[in-house]
Design a protein around this ligand. Structure first.
Ligand code: CMP
Length: 142
């Protein structure tokens, strides 16, 4: 299996619930290597840019309001098979459908406020990483 990169975002609900440490602990225990991390508050325009692929969805305005409502923590993660393994670790988008023991099942309040984002393909992992991090901010490149 190939080494892949995924861009995770610990969302504003994760930060507000004081779960940054717990979620990062689970991510590291699952074998992901943290390659870059920062904390920031996205502007509405930055959230709209990040989620541009969803701009036609009915939830786009609420989602981008939520994602710009407070600090979030983008994290670049590397691991063999990172995309699929991270999605297994966090569980389904809707916490009601997320498998028991997954991060979203344990901490998410709703389909929108679902604690954490993960890239859905290696190509998007690279693209989303570049949205938040310059090449020199990723430790593997230093
Ligand atoms: P995420 O993995 O960040 O990718 C897109 C986000 O849109 C998703 O997590 C949810 O937070 C949100 N989302 C997806 N589907 C819905 C929906 N039906 N209603 C509200 N928000 C949604």
């Amino acid at each position: 299996m190939a080494i892949e990169r995924t861009l995770a975002i610990l969302k504003p609900d994760c930060v507000r619930k004081q779960k940054i440490g717990e979620v990062l602990r689970r991510i590291q225990e699952a074998g992901f290597e943290i390659q870059a991390m920062k904390m920031l508050t996205m502007s509405k325009a930055e959230a709209e840019g990040f989620y541009a692929v969803h701009e036609d969805k009915p939830f786009f305005d609420d989602l981008t309001d939520f994602m710009s409502s407070g600090p979030c923590v983008p994290v670049v993660l590397e691991k063999e098979n990172a995309i699929a393994d991270f999605r297994d670790l966090i569980g389904a988008t809707d916490p009601d459908e997320a498998a028991e023991g997954t991060i979203r099942s344990d901490f998410a309040g709703s389909i929108q406020e679902n604690i954490v984002h993960g890239s859905d393909s290696p190509a998007n992992g690279q693209k989303e990483t570049a949205y938040f991090f310059a090449e020199h901010e990723i430790v593997a490149n230093q």
